[in-house]
Design a protein around this ligand. Structure first.
Ligand SMILES: [Zn+2]
Length: 308
């Protein structure tokens, strides 16, 4: 199980036949849901009685039901604190209940407090033999370098969009929790395109109610916006997404990146640069209304200059 998400060769490369298993791994990618899911799948492989996440042995069944006593996952939607690590250290000294290993997944270690990271460092220096730590992070620069030097760092690759589609349409049992029971797949092809092969990001887009509208509006600006008289209407439509304006600008940027790939016109490059500047200006607290108006005006000007 889990082979679609983490293929067998990849699992083997993490510690072939589990003879060369490291005592600590760090899974890094920009997609935190995906990182955590890969950590859970790898943990299930380690704990499986057949060392293969077979899905049917008692250990796998417990892993799927999230009741495996040899697997501890921290945190559940909050920052890891020093007290959490104390608990982990205490637990790591206990022998495994069923198999050869105890596995600890420490999610989003990059957002753990410095005190927590320092405490963890001590355990990573002299880990008990039966313990495997799997840390996940989206930004490795926020992790103490001394921790990074003691773990095996793995950059998780993005998946093929076809595989993301297959996983979403027939999710494996351990993924059901991450997916809403009634997932609206009407916009699946748009979400797959925008998700760029990141499973978690694609799922988040499908969950977001505003995504179909944002996508349609970005297409309208990219493909049919050509007259200044349309600017006020488009501007107010964009400002409907004021609370998630960065998300909208990301989608808008991707629409123009796609056009750049298809048509190769440098005007699209210039538009993308302007979208990036708008993102920076938002970070400096310039008013959103002004930024959106200026950006739309620039887009129109560039489209006119390059005859797009
Ligand atoms: Zn199994």
């Amino acid at each position: 199980m889990g082979n679609k998400i983490l293929d067998q060769n990849f699992i083997n490369s993490l510690g072939k036949n589990f003879e060369y298993l490291s005592h600590a791994y760090l899974f890094v990618s920009p997609d935190s849901t995906y990182n955590n899911l890969c950590a859970e799948i790898f943990a299930s492989h380690i704990l499986c009685e057949n060392k293969n996440f077979c899905g049917s042995c008692p250990s796998c069944q417990k892993s799927i039901a999230k009741t495996n006593l040899d697997l501890t996952t921290l945190p559940t939607g909050r920052t890891i604190l020093a007290e959490d690590i104390n608990l982990v250290v205490e637990k790591s000294l206990e022998k495994p209940m069923f198999g050869d290993f105890k596995v600890f997944i420490l999610k989003e270690i990059d957002s753990a407090t410095i005190q927590a990271q320092n405490k963890l460092l001590k355990t990573l220096e002299e880990p008990p033999r039966h313990v495997v730590f799997i840390l996940t992070a989206t930004n490795e620069n926020k992790i103490l370098p001394t921790i990074i030097s003691r773990v095996r760092k793995i950059f998780l690759p993005r998946l093929n969009k076809k595989i993301v589609e297959e996983i979403i349409l027939s999710p494996p049992p351990y993924l059901k929790e991450a997916l809403p029971s009634k997932l609206n797949t009407n916009n699946l092809s748009e979400a797959l395109e925008e998700g760029e092969g990141w499973l978690g990001k694609t799922i988040e887009l499908l969950k977001a109610e505003s995504f179909p509208k944002m996508y349609a509006l970005s297409q309208e600006i990219a493909l049919s916006f050509s007259k200044s008289k349309d600017l006020p209407v488009l501007s107010s439509k964009v400002l409907e997404f004021k609370d998630s304006i960065l998300k909208f600008l990301e989608i808008l940027g991707h629409s123009f990146e796609k056009l750049l790939r298809e048509k190769g016109n440098l005007g699209y490059c210039e538009i993308i640069t302007n979208i990036n500047s708008a993102v920076e200006e938002l970070g400096r607290n310039v008013g959103a209304n002004l930024i959106v108006d200026n950006l739309l005006m620039k887009i129109l000007e560039i489209k006119y200059n390059y005859n797009l």
